[in-house]
Design a protein. Structure first.
Length: 244
């Protein structure tokens, strides 16, 4: 019997929903706020993947969340986090940050760089347990990233070097890949591959530029190779999907 071939759904940066206002330039991988497509509400367990550029001394004022695991990854600049549980944090490149909204939390996210935009990717996955106590965690993983390859950023599967999330079916990996560096992607039923910086070649998909993504089902051991200038990539490994 012939083996099943992986399915790769390639999504180009220019095809994504966009929100542009005076202080924010945001690209949405899935339906978000006023942008809605019933055929594009999530992938696996991933509900939100927003690539945001926030102007200096602006940002998202205090707003609520509930029953969501929210991971923020800063690419350039610094983002100041404050929440109603008393947590504060300055998120910079290489600092993994997770907020568990649980039974309900209020928070703000403000560009703390004063003179330059902050560029970040924020991702939401559903928790495996609802109505948990809200929580916050951050961890500097720059030393791990500097060694190359993929590094666990946020994990519900017990990776020691990652911040924990309340979803045992998901892991977020990041890689700051050197020129032409190749990595093998996680072998999971659902894998979301995002090029945050640079370019990369992906098995069964070809070249992806900055802001491009690939949604993969039954991926097996696919390989991604950074371009001549290197790449920064974010990879969600997911072992189940939303039952909708």
């Amino acid at each position: 019997m012939a083996s099943l071939q992986p399915t790769v759904d390639l999504r180009r940066s220019g095809e994504r929903f966009a929100t542009r206002i005076d202080w924010l330039d945001s690209r949405h991988s899935f339906s978000f706020n006023r942008h809605y497509d019933p055929e594009n509400t999530h992938f696996g367990l991933l509900l939100v993947s927003n690539d945001d550029v926030i102007q200096p001394e602006t940002g998202f004022s205090t707003h609520p969340h509930r029953d969501m695991e929210i991971v923020t990854w800063v690419l350039e600049g610094e983002l100041e986090h404050k929440d109603s549980e008393g947590n504060t944090g300055l998120i910079y490149p290489g600092l993994a940050q997770r907020m568990s909204a649980g039974t309900g939390i209020l928070h703000s996210e403000i560009n703390a760089t004063k003179a330059a935009p902050v560029h970040l990717v924020q991702m939401w996955v559903v928790p495996d347990t609802e109505r948990i106590r809200p929580g916050y965690a951050q961890l500097d993983i720059n030393s791990e990233l500097s060694r190359g390859g993929l590094v666990p950023v946020a994990s519900g599967r017990g990776h020691d070097a990652a911040i924990p999330i309340r979803q045992d079916g998901a892991v977020l990996w990041a890689g700051r890949l050197g020129p032409n560096e190749a990595v093998t992607l996680p072998d999971a039923p659902f894998v979301h591959f995002y090029v945050a910086k640079g370019e990369a070649d992906l098995d069964h998909a070809g070249k992806l530029a900055r802001g491009d993504a690939a949604r993969m089902t039954l991926p097996g051991a696919l390989k991604a190779t950074a371009g001549a200038e290197g790449a920064e990539v974010l990879v969600w490994e997911m072992h189940t999907r939303l039952a909708v």
